[in-house]
Write a protein that binds this ligand. Structure first.
Ligand code: FAD
Length: 272
């Protein structure tokens, strides 16, 4: 339960973080809220040589309306997202999901960028980003690039981010369809989802139903073909590969996905 030795460096700007990362090389990691990385380091599932603390880079903590989209800085905490008036009116799905993450300490320390870059399929915000059609902005040694949420997550704890590449902003288009819902089934209020569902309009994404967050494409196709919520939700487990673990067997998760997608679609419909 004690991490392996590492060098600690603190960056006070994005430029400094990128410089430190390029000097430290491939075995460096950024430290944001530390609420996913530190547990992994204590279990020695992550053994970085160097930690570059980006947690106090104020320029990456913001929520603002830009042309056609809402921009959220990568270091914005879950709590700031949950309490944002702008998000409550423009992107209530994101605000609602952030407010259900862990407990108050987790929400004050954890950041949206950390949650996305960590790529845990049991995390809530990656699926929300998929349902909202978000784009991620990353800066690295080769410059700045934009990555669609659907292209970002590769597998458990793995994304397309290159070593030394920093996620800086999450851009979310203003939803065209008003109805939304976030459904999370967990053993206790503070736990990760056994299964979760994010719906915005007719976009449906699933938490913890595969090695990455995934779109429920069979459900989306059924909706597009005119099915109602319950009929479409019957397809929720198609194309998934849910984990089979102590929190529940795969068949249980598949059942939960169908139930939660039906609830989410009905709730989204009532808000449209
Ligand atoms: P860190 O732990 O600092 O970093 C995580 C990873 O992302 C590291 O690899 C780091 O190098 C990388 N990284 C961080 N920021 C960037 C960046 N800007 N650019 C590039 N790479 C970056 N999450 C949920 O979704 N739902 C829950 O219910 C939930 N419950 C939790 C309960 C507990 C008790 C705990 C400890 C955590 C829980 N979490 C939950 C996870 C929590 O949301 C984390 O805060 C989040 O996943 C990671 O954010 P962080 O800022 O702490 O990232």
């Amino acid at each position: 339960m004690i991490p392996a030795p590492f060098t600690y460096q603190r960056a006070s700007s994005v430029d400094e973080a990128l410089d430190l990362a390029s000097q430290a090389g491939e075995d460096a990691k950024f430290l944001a809220g530390g609420h996913s990385l530190m547990p992994l380091m204590k279990l020695r599932l992550a053994v970085p040589d160097t930690l570059i603390d980006i947690g106090r880079i104020g320029e990456l903590s913001y929520i603002r309306a830009d042309d056609g989209h809402i921009a959220v800085g990568a270091l914005t905490s879950h709590d700031d997202i949950a309490r944002s008036d702008l998000l409550a009116s423009e992107l209530p799905l994101l605000a609602q999901a952030a407010g259900q993450i862990g407990d108050p300490q987790v929400r004050h320390c954890g950041t949206i960028g950390g949650s996305l870059a960590h790529s845990d399929p049991a995390a809530d915000l990656p699926a929300v980003a998929l349902a909202l059609g978000a784009t991620f902005v990353a800066r690295g040694p080769s410059g700045t690039r934009e990555i669609a949420a659907g292209d970002f997550f590769l597998s458990l704890f793995e994304t397309v981010l290159e070593p030394g590449e920093l996620l800086t902003e999450i851009r979310i288009p203003r939803p065209q369809a008003a109805g939304w819902s976030f459904q999370k089934f967990a053993k206790r209020g503070i736990d990760w989802a056994i299964v979760g569902v994010a719906v915005q309009g007719s976009s449906v994404a699933l938490v913890n139903m595969g090695s990455t967050p995934i779109r429920a494409t069979a459900v989306e196709q059924a909706l597009a073909a005119g099915s109602g919520p319950r009929e479409a939700a019957a397809h929720a487990a198609e194309g998934t590969s849910a984990p089979d673990d102590l929190n529940g067997p795969r068949a249980y998760r598949e059942h939960l996905a169908r139930v939660l997608v039906a609830r989410a679609l009905e709730e989204a419909g009532s808000r449209a």
